[in-house]
Structure formats: C-alpha cells, structure tokens
Design a protein around this ligand. Structure first.
Ligand SMILES: NC(=O)c1ccc[n+]([C@@H]2O[C@H](COP(=O)([O-])OP(=O)(O)OC[C@H]3O[C@@H](n4cnc5c(N)ncnc54)[C@H](O)[C@@H]3O)[C@@H](O)[C@H]2O)c1
Ligand SMILES: O=C(O)C(=O)C[C@]1(C(=O)O)C=C[C@@H](O)C=C1
Length: 310
C-alpha cells in the first residue's frame, strides 16, 4: 500500500499530561506519522516517565506539568476525569498565549466545568473524547493504531473555530473520524453506549464472584464466552471508572433506571413463561447489532456478525 504523502506538522510542540493508554497511543501515532514537531510528556511517577522515554511515547519528559506545557502549542490532558481540575490549576499560569488546551476525558460536561474557568484569556479550550480504548492502562498499554476507524467527539465551547479545526485535523491524521457535539448530549449518549454498560459488566462479574464462594470456583472454571466478555470490560481501570460515574451522575442514573425497568419486564416474562416477549425482545436487539456491523462500526473484529443463525 502506498505511504501517505508527507504533511506539514500540525503543531510544533505538544504536551501530554498523564502518560497512560490514551496519551501513549497518541504519542506513538503522532511520532510514527510525523504529525507534530516535539512531544513533551509528564507523569507523576519517575517510573512512568522513564518507561515513556524507553518506549518512545514522547521525545522528552519533565518532572512537572507546569514545565511540560512551557511553549507548547497544544496541551492534552490525559488524566482521569477527577484529576482534570488540579492539573489545569497547575498548568494555567504557564500556558503559552495562543495555545490550545484539549483533553480526552470520557465525560465532557463536568470536565468543561473543571477546566474552562481556570484557563487564561487567549487560550482556546477544545474538549475531545476518542471513543477508543481497552481494559488496559498505564504507559505500556498504548499502541499507535488505537484510534483507527474510531470516532473522536469534539465538544468545543468557546469561539475558536480555527483551533477546533486544527485539532480535528490531528485526530483525523491519527486515524479517527471526527464529529462535533454539545457536551450534555455527549454525556447522555455515552451514558447509554459506554458508561451504563460498564457498570452492568462490573455488577455481573461482582455477582459471579459472590457465587464463586458458593460454587467453589466453577464460575471461573466453566466461564463461557459471554461472561468472559464481561470480565474484560470489568477489568478496566478502577480510578478512571470511579471518576466517570461520579462525573456523569444524572445521565448514568437515568439509563440505569430504564435498564432496571426492562430487566424487571424480562424477569417477569421468564417467570410467566412468556416466550413471545423474550423472542420479540431478542429479535429487536439482534437487529441493533446487525445495524452496527452494516454501518461498518466493527471492522476491527472481522468474525463478529458472521455465521449466526438466521
Ligand atoms: N481507557 C479508555 O478506554 C479511555 C478511552 C477514552 C478516553 N479515556 C479517558 O482518557 C483519560 C486517560 O485514561 P487512560 O485510559 O489513558 O488512563 P491511564 O490510567 O492509562 O493513564 C492515566 C494517567 O494519568 C495519571 N494520573 C492519574 N491521576 C492523576 C492525578 N491526580 N494527577 C496527575 N496525573 C494523574 C496516571 O498516573 C497515568 O499516567 C481519562 O480521562 C479517561 O476517562 C479513557
Ligand atoms: O473497548 C473498551 O475497552 C472500552 O471500554 C472503550 C470505551 C468504550 O466504552 O467504548 C471506554 C471508555 C471510553 O471513554 C471510550 C471507549
């Protein structure tokens, strides 16, 4: 396959604050494809900083976030949602006039409230959320293809169309499709597509763990594919997910309320032996899955959607 044409760098200097899965994947992709000039990274622990250099996630590391943002044209906050405000307070006085600040947090409304008030005038804030991840975390978990064919949602608040356009170009160059959304809408959509499903997976695995004590490890020994999928999701980072739920409370609770009602209806159908209800329900959900595949949203999992009975 022909290599992409060389392009002008999109930012001369990028600062990545927090060097885990998302920052690591960004750093590797930006470096691999020569998208930016210099990448400066920072993390709290010296060990993470030294791993970042060893793996080439960034060109240089600094001990503090304040040092990392010096002269940076783009600063990306890649820390858990609950840490965004502390980090912003630390970097704000050191930002270069005209710089763009962005983030990759899984929640947008609360992050905007935590970050925007502390930024100086003349700095554009363009919040972003790549809809791509794994259950792994930390500097060794990143890989440059993470964002390929995934959405990245931007939720710009102020009036900085050029800054938003340049950031969108960076995400596209990293492999993503980019869309723009209102922050509240983003949080409601993500409550359905990501946050509530994670809570349900955590619960299912927790229930199985309780049962394990009763059935003496049979749950783990004979765990089938469905349960294994839940365990992958439920292995996701506890700090990240604690912060997601604490910061997207209303939307997540609303979806969980609806989920509980549907669960009760299915429970009743099972108790009453109402096969029609169950069949109609599962037919509807299967159509949703097929719709996702037909829309090309699962191209990284080629076996999905193949070979199932009609
Ligand atoms: N993991 C995913 O699937 C995923 C996907 C999209 C967006 N996100 C969002 O991206 C952000 C980063 O997630 P990740 O998966 O890269 O996490 P990660 O745990 O792999 O990395 C987080 C980094 O932030 C640092 N950090 C944690 N608390 C901090 C604090 N109080 N002050 C300074 N640094 C701190 C950690 O040491 C680590 O370097 C989160 O806001 C998360 O919601 C995650
Ligand atoms: O694939 C996974 O492991 C994920 O959970 C990734 C996932 C998601 O729910 O899709 C998780 C949280 C993010 O904010 C975005 C992506």
């Amino acid at each position: 396959m022909a290599r992409a044409e060389p392009m002008n760098v999109l930012y001369e200097r990028v600062a990545l604050i927090g060097l885990g899965l998302i920052a690591g994947s960004m750093g590797l992709r930006m470096k691999r494809d020569g998208l930016v000039g210099e990448i400066v990274g920072t993390a709290r622990s010296p060990e993470t900083r030294s791993i970042a250099i060893e793996l080439g996630l960034c060109d240089r590391v600094t001990d503090t976030a304040a040092e990392a943002v010096k002269d940076a044209d783009l600063v990306v906050l890649c820390v858990p949602v609950g840490a965004m405000e502390t980090v912003t307070r630390e970097i704000a006085p050191h930002l270069k006039p005209g710089a763009t600040v962005s983030d990759v947090g899984s929640v947008k409304g609360a992050v905007i409230d935590a970050v925007a008030p502390h930024l100086p005038a003349g700095v554009a804030f363009i919040p972003a959320h790549p809809l791509a991840g794994t259950e792994h975390s930390g500097p060794r978990s990143g890989f440059p293809e993470l964002f390929d064919n995934r959405w990245c949602l931007l939720t710009p608040t102020g009036d900085a169309p050029e800054a938003a356009d340049r950031l969108a170009r960076l995400w596209r160059a990293m492999g993503s499709n980019v869309d723009t959304m209102e922050p509240d809408h983003h949080d409601r959509v993500l409550a359905v597509t990501s946050h509530a499903p994670h809570l349900i997976a955590y619960t299912m695995v927790g229930v199985a763990d309780d049962l394990r004590r009763v059935t003496d490890s049979e749950v783990i020994k004979y765990s089938a594919a469905g349960f294994r999928d839940f365990t992958r999701i439920a292995a996701s980072d506890p700090v990240m997910w604690r912060d997601v739920f604490l910061n997207n409370k209303e939307a997540t609770l609303e979806i969980l309320g609806r989920f509980t009602e549907e669960l009760f209806a299915l429970q009743r159908a099972i108790r009453k032996g109402d096969g029609d209800h169950l069949h109609a329900y599962f037919t509807r959900t299967r159509a949703i899955r097929r719709g996702i595949i037909e829309a090309g949203q699962d191209t990284d999992k080629p076996n999905f959607g193949r070979g199932d009975a009609s």
